[in-house]
Design a protein around this ligand. Structure first.
Ligand code: F6P
Length: 465
């Protein structure tokens, strides 16, 4: 079996037990433990002066972490700049927010080339290389330039927009050519794949071949042949079910329950990001209290929103906006013994959140656009099957494609979302159980192991020409 080399902007903390393990970390760690290999990327540290010259190698069984500190300039141009002020808003359909600058674009290309340079000496001829996310699109082409012929796959964790949006990016063809340097390009949903294929059809002289399967296509473009395919990421369903059973009785969950004094609970958990639709979500909760005043002093909305990308101006702005909104809504509706919105700018570990999800009557997941959204899947997996809560889910989250039995909403339609909350809060037990049962069947069949194995299997079969 070939050794696996995983490349991602962030490398999960070495102390696996401590951290909230995201889908990427769970999948990658399991795959690397199986085949042995390297996990290569940014250490998460920013240093004054130049980026670290050689990676720090840390052995953990058959797995080697290879991490690099980024210098301030590289971090500003590559991570804060092109990745998070250009590609992130572009890929989340927010053209009004994109910053276009040659300096950050060059920084992005430069850091990708530098990363590739640092990984190159660690590679073996038979390695399989799996690169993750929008920070690292040029990485594969940089390795090819150095003569690497290994199988290389890329997985995009964000949405991929239609060509009408991509073409707003200067030199967009270069970015798509870089994507075509991989043998396998994975997307979360059919819509994302279609965006990529439409770009190839409309903007290049390449060809797309789809044989009756809307989830898979062979692409011939920029002198290369690659497979583009849908692989919806998922969660470790069985493990989370078991954690939630235990966490249901944890001290923190008990404290949360006691603090509610019999009130119903709506929960939202998101990085503090403008793509998550938090202002509209707060307004929808306010609308619930206006349209259905019987919920005043009977329902609490707990929103966990750890700050993210705090150097980027749009993230500073959304943080200010949400603090004001939460303050205004609470000021308007609060009683001396009830705070309608509990808004927390901090994170919690996976075990704590699992207990909170289980205690919540409604999971409130309403991004304006999201690649997948694993919180939606986690909320479902953490429910008590005998008395499950209801998921209210945005039609614009990748997860809505699979989680059809959730209450699917348009997050821009504040009144419609308030009505969905009302329906969730009043849904009879048999309907809740039926919906939850159907959702769980899908999450058990398509868990994180399934995602990882289907991707790695497809990559093993490369090249595709
Ligand atoms: O899902 C998109 C993503 O950028 C991941 O790649 C990343 O792990 C996560 O969001 C958190 O973002 P950041 O690494 O910028 O804190």
């Amino acid at each position: 079996m070939s050794r696996l080399v995983v490349v991602s902007n962030r490398v999960a903390p070495i102390d696996e037990g401590k951290q909230t393990a995201g889908g990427l970390a769970v999948a990658v760690l399991a795959a690397l433990k199986k085949t042995g290999g390297i996990w290569f990327g940014w250490s998460g540290n920013v240093v004054e002066g130049e980026s670290q010259d050689q990676p720090t190698l840390t052995e953990a069984g058959r797995l080697t972490y290879a991490t690099l500190d980024l210098g301030r300039r590289d971090h500003d141009e590559y991570y804060n700049g092109f990745a998070n002020q250009t590609l992130w808003p572009l890929f989340h359909f927010r053209l009004g927010l994109i910053a276009v600058s040659r300096r950050t674009r060059q920084g992005y290309e430069r850091v990708n080339a530098w990363f590739a340079d640092r990984l190159h000496p660690l590679l073996r001829p038979d390695d399989m290389i799996w690169v993750h996310d929008y920070h690292l699109i040029p990485f594969g082409e940089e390795l090819r330039r150095k003569g690497c012929t290994q199988r290389m796959g890329f997985f995009l964790h964000t949405p991929f927009p239609p060509p009408e949006l991509i073409t707003a990016l200067p030199n967009h063809a270069d970015l798509i050519r870089e994507l075509c340097a991989y043998d396998l390009v994975g997307f979360h949903t059919v819509t994302d794949l279609r965006g990529f294929l439409d770009y190839i059809r409309q903007e290049t002289d390449g060809q797309v071949e789809q044989r009756g399967d809307e989830e898979t296509a062979t692409v011939r473009a920029f002198g290369r042949t690659l497979l583009a395919k849908v692989f919806p990421i998922s969660i470790d369903t069985a493990q989370l079910e078991s954690i939630a059973r235990t966490s249901a009785r944890s001290r923190q969950t008990e404290r949360l329950r006691e603090s509610l004094v019999g009130r119903r609970l709506i929960i939202g958990v998101d990085r503090l990001d403008y793509s998550k639709g938090l202002p509209q979500r707060f307004e929808a909760f306010e609308q619930l209290l206006l349209s259905y005043p019987e919920h005043c002093n009977r329902v609490t909305f707990l929103q966990v929103a750890p700050p993210s990308r705090e150097d980027v101006p749009e993230y500073i702005a959304i943080r200010r906006e949400l603090s004001e909104l939460a303050g205004r809504i609470n000021g308007r509706f609060a009683e001396f013994d009830w705070m309608p919105i509990r808004y927390l700018n901090r994170s919690f570990g996976q075990r704590t959140l699992a207990g909170f999800y289980r205690a919540a009557n409604v999971g409130f997941v309403t991004p304006l656009r999201d690649g997948m959204n694993l919180v939606a899947k986690e909320y479902v997996a953490c429910q008590d099957p005998d008395n499950p809560g209801v998921l209210v889910l945005s039609q614009f989250a990748g997860a809505a494609r699979e989680l059809e039995e959730a209450l699917i909403v348009n997050p821009f339609d504040v009144e419609g979302v308030a009505d969905a909350l009302q329906r969730a809060l009043t849904m009879p037990l048999p309907e809740r159980k039926e919906r939850h049962g159907a959702l769980m069947r899908r999450l058990r069949n398509h868990d994180i192991g399934w995602w990882r194995e289907s991707y790695v299997d497809a990559l093993t079969r490369a090249p595709y020409d």
